[in-house]
Design a protein around this ligand. Structure first.
Ligand SMILES: Nc1ncnc2c1ncn2[C@@H]1O[C@H](COP(=O)(O)OP(=O)(O)OP(=O)(O)O)[C@@H](O)[C@H]1O
Length: 318
């Protein structure tokens, strides 16, 4: 399957994969991925456990070589590129591990030296991720959320043009999550491309502008949420508040896909193309209807459409 994001003509893609394969023994962790991402995009990379997300990130980082196909990132082939390439990449791994005896500042300085980034950035980045107050404390005294924020500061060293974040909000409380996404939006506004792998779909839905769905090593969906939503052709749902009995009201909607939720509410589903006519039908019921809540399919439903849960995980037939 060929999935290309349509961007402005003449802009060099940040990431371009063609027929990309990574094989371990007989198993293809990444299997024929075709991908083109324009610079400045924030991409949600989603898929079941083992779908190939981390392997794709490792290929982009240049930590592993493709078994077949081609991958060009920021104009370079990652597995052949040197320090200049790595300086432009920020990476926050899923399980961030630091030396417990070093302080926050010492840890960041260590990574700044590795990346040939100026040490002067360290204080500024600790401030940016809200860790100034603990800069002189040893990392072993940090909470999980503080370690995660230190990980993000490490990923932001230098001037990253591409950020790869594997489960970045694990361990962050709601305020820290908001702050985290504010930083991501700032970077994106400056033209950086950001790839976020996460299983927290509701969060990604609001914070990313492209969704990439992996399944069994394949890229099975790529595009803005709206595009994937229309490709999936999932129904729109209306939750209808009823003044009298929901059962009675449902008899007026017998030709629609309507079901009673409880004595005060009905659920009506219809194809997207019929949304306005269905809404008009519901409004025409007048005082019998107290409320209409329109629900479009969210990222979780769209994801399930492109990558259905295996039957053995959902309790269905094996
Ligand atoms: N070094 C390796 N050797 C052998 N198999 C591997 C190796 N790395 C990954 N795999 C296999 O490749 C597949 C994809 O793994 P990967 O870690 O990329 O998945 P993922 O989508 O990141 O999963 P998760 O959401 O659980 O982190 C899995 O079946 C995994 O067991």
């Amino acid at each position: 399957m060929t999935l290309f994001e349509q961007g402005p003509a003449g802009v060099a893609p940040a990431i371009h994969a063609s027929h990309l394969v990574k094989q371990y023994g007989t198993h293809r962790a990444v299997d024929g991925v075709e991908l083109m991402i324009e610079p400045g995009r924030t991409v949600a990379l989603i898929g079941h456990n083992g779908a190939g997300k981390t392997t794709l990130m490792k290929l982009i980082l240049g930590l592993i070589r493709p078994s077949a196909g081609d991958l060009v990132v920021l104009g370079a082939r990652p597995s052949l590129a040197g320090l200049d390439y790595r300086r432009q990449i920020g990476f926050l791994p899923e399980n961030v591990a630091f030396h417990d005896e070093l302080t926050g500042t010492q840890t960041l300085r260590f990574y700044a030296d590795l990346k040939s980034a100026p040490r002067s950035q360290c204080a500024e980045l600790l401030e940016r991720v809200g860790l100034s107050f603990a800069a002189g404390r040893r990392v072993k005294t940090y909470s999980k959320g503080m370690r995660q924020r230190l990980g993000l500061a490490q990923a932001l060293l230098g001037v990253p043009r591409l950020l790869l974040l594997d489960e970045p909000t694990t361990g962050l409380d709601p305020n820290s999550r908001r702050e985290f996404f504010a930083i991501i939006r700032e970077l994106s506004a400056r033209g950086a491309t950001v790839i976020i792998s996460s299983h927290i779909l509701t969060e990604l839905e609001a914070q990313t502008d492209l969704v990439a769905i992996m399944k069994g090593g394949h890229l099975v969906g790529l595009g803005p949420l709206e595009t994937l939503r229309s490709q999936a052709a999932l129904p729109v749902r209306f939750v209808v508040g009823c003044r009298g009995s929901a059962e009675t009201l449902s008899t007026h909607l017998a030709d629609l896909d309507a079901c009673v939720i409880n004595q005060d509410a009905l659920m009506v589903a219809c194809p997207v193309a019929d949304k306005m006519t269905t809404l008009a039908r519901l409004v025409a019921l007048g005082a019998a209807v107290t409320d209409i809540d329109i629900r479009h399919p969210g990222l979780d439903e769209i994801y399930n459409h492109f990558s259905p849960q295996p039957a053995d995980r959902t309790g269905g037939a094996a």
